[in-house]
Design a protein around this ligand. Sequence first.
Ligand SMILES: Nc1nc2c(c(=O)[nH]1)N[C@H]1C(S)=C(S)[C@@H](COP(=O)(O)O)O[C@H]1N2
Ligand SMILES: [Mo]
Length: 404
Amino acid sequence: MTRLDLARRVRPPNESDFPSPLHSPRVASRVGLALGVAFTVCFVTGLLSHLVQHPTSWFSWPGRPVWLYALTQGLHVASGIVAIPLLGIKVWVVSPRFWRRPFLGIVSVLERGSIFVLVASATFELATGLLNVAEFYPWSFFFPPVHYAVAWIAMGALAVHIAVKLPVIRDALSSPVDRPDRVGDPDRAGAADRSAEVNSSAEPVRAGTLSRRSLLTVTAGAVGLVTLATIGDRIPALEKISVLSQRAGSGPQGLPVNRSAAAAGVRTAAVDPAWRLVVTGPGGSSSFSLADLRALPQTDVTLPIACVEGWSRSADWSGVRVGTLLSAAGAGAGDTIRFTSLDPGTYGRVEVPASVAADPLALVALGLAGAPLHIDHGFPARLIMPSRPGVQQTKWLRSVEVLA
Ligand SMILES: Nc1nc2c(c(=O)[nH]1)N[C@H]1C(S)=C(S)[C@@H](COP(=O)(O)O)O[C@H]1N2
Ligand SMILES: [Mo]
């Protein structure tokens, strides 16, 4: 074999090296439609979660129904999880096009550039989201702002991609998936056998290969499977079949624990008899021992913990209404309330609008499931509010401050 022969043999592939009829815009557009829906649900619910945690003047998040945040965040994680197999299959279906010549030229560069940005940012979002759910952080940046920023890049690239492809998408979606791609179809992937296909009513299926419909069925099956494997994080009744669910099994008092008292370094401080809850506002400052808090009127509420990682569990809490403490401290409707924990970590300080903290269902909880809080659930006192992210339900409370 001459050198020239060898060079020819190891040439980069051509689009026509992938003759399978599965590499068709009719398949790509259908998988793409499902992926577009998943990305949109994921983006909108992620945006909501961001706004809930970063209040702005034009946005307020309702406290009812109390499970609303559990629902939107559950959808966020569930839609991200189904997007993983969808993205993999979509990229495989269109992959022969990556080898189309010419590589250069303004349209080609724009089109491929946007697809590159889309695939890279979407992969980054799905990978970091999944690792975050698994509480594995093999990176040095703080997850939420980066995940949030890259989401905008992905959605921007998705908008460009859909705009560029709209004629192809319309055409591909408006005809049966098994219909052969038209001769000269600019988005036809495999170039082989065109003449043979024109007059036949369905794409020829070679022995041992999947039909397009079967590929779509397999795709739907993959989506169903990953959903069932993880849905127990959100629906306790399905925990048994959810083999991949992160929170299967439960922590003390029937509720999972993300960060234990030992991990937060508060084991000693939390059980110190000198512990006081200090409440400060324009009306002055008061401090409450656990006995003082127990002597105040007690309220029972049933509210879910809805972790940003997608798991949620409902529980019965009892304690003192935050609103009772706030009116004594002289909080006004437009104030911000800061809750501080003994835990010096990221979730040891929470700020919410006074209207959220004064919700009649928002408690400084002292009890859970009919017993005093387990230390891992925030003994002696923790915050629990309706329809708020788990990261804001701070445990091992130390102080409540009214910030004007
Ligand atoms: N002080 C403090 N409070 C915290 C956390 C924390 O790390 N430190 N984790 C939060 C998170 S992420 C969640 S989901 C809930 C979980 O509450 P649980 O452990 O009682 O189930 O607690 C929240 N409260
Ligand atoms: Mo969480």
